[in-house]
Design a protein around this ligand. Sequence first.
Ligand code: MRU
Length: 352
Amino acid sequence: MPEHSFDFDRYDRIRPIRWTGDALELLDQRKLPFAVEYLRCADSDAVAAAIRDLAVRGAPAIGIAAAWGVVLAARTAAAASGQQALAAVEPALQRLNAARPTAVNLAWALARMRRALAAAGVDWRQAVEREAQAIADEDLAANRRMGELGAGLIAPGSGVLTHCNTGSLATAGFGTALGVIRAGVAQGRIGKVFADETRPWMQGSRLTVWELQQDGIDATLIADAAASHLMKHGDIDWVVVGADRICANGDVANKIGTYQLAIAARYHGRKFMVAAPSSTVDMDTASGDLIEIEERDPGELLGVSGTRTVAEGIRAWNPVFDVTPAELIDAIVTEKGVVERPAPASMRAMFG
Ligand code: MRU
């Protein structure tokens, strides 16, 4: 088989993050699918706010946006070296880091930007911009690679179910789990795509099915609660999801609802795949118990599009990620390769 078995661009047209040279433009995901508008961020605090408020979302996209946030922060620093600039921008980096806690790509990208600044000399302004661009470029390349690796695990004619939005909207392009699905559809391995709604923020119904429609990939939307029924009746072979943090033992934090999909998949004899770049692998966190799970405004559960649907005075709890234990995962796919049935030893062998 040729190294690239299909035309990547044909199935991948959306780009959520644009660097203009003096500002960052983010495709505002709060407004999709009915308005396609870019939000202009002219300083790093605007980027931090965009991450916190979900104008940009998805683990890799958060990391890339934060990297450009560092470039914006550095623009105002009067420094003769990278080390001096790093000291000047550190408070801005801390504010970026605090925007969201669960996706490790945010801290990973900031650590990489810190290292680039620390190593740079008088040309630190160019160095920091080059590093942000490299983070974005490497993400796109990783997604394309893992798309082919993941699709290779799927038998021709299979049905897949995906959760949340893991596509171009959540990355530099192509996507993680959605990249596997793009590649699988293009190669004729995937005959049917199902996407769930992903309550309460509706990444599935607002973003994923719209993104697939833009790229001409046929998909069927289901309610989150329909997943077990779908698996029982046999229309899907694989559940394919992304990740916000993958631990040293193979536990995976991802969008709330992922864990119950993994349980249902195992019960019904369906396979469960996690696709993520190695920038989502956190070998410093031993297990999923140690991950901080973000809790968001309970108001996300109390209404739809700003209209309240729940009686006044009702209490709600809104954790937005959960942890799927490694034992429920059949394959973790990264650009470095596939870890089947992840466990500490196989994770160490792949990620060091
Ligand atoms: O809260 P979100 O929308 O940022 O959560 C996104 C997810 O959970 C994705 O599945 C994950 O980041 C992987 S995206 C390639």
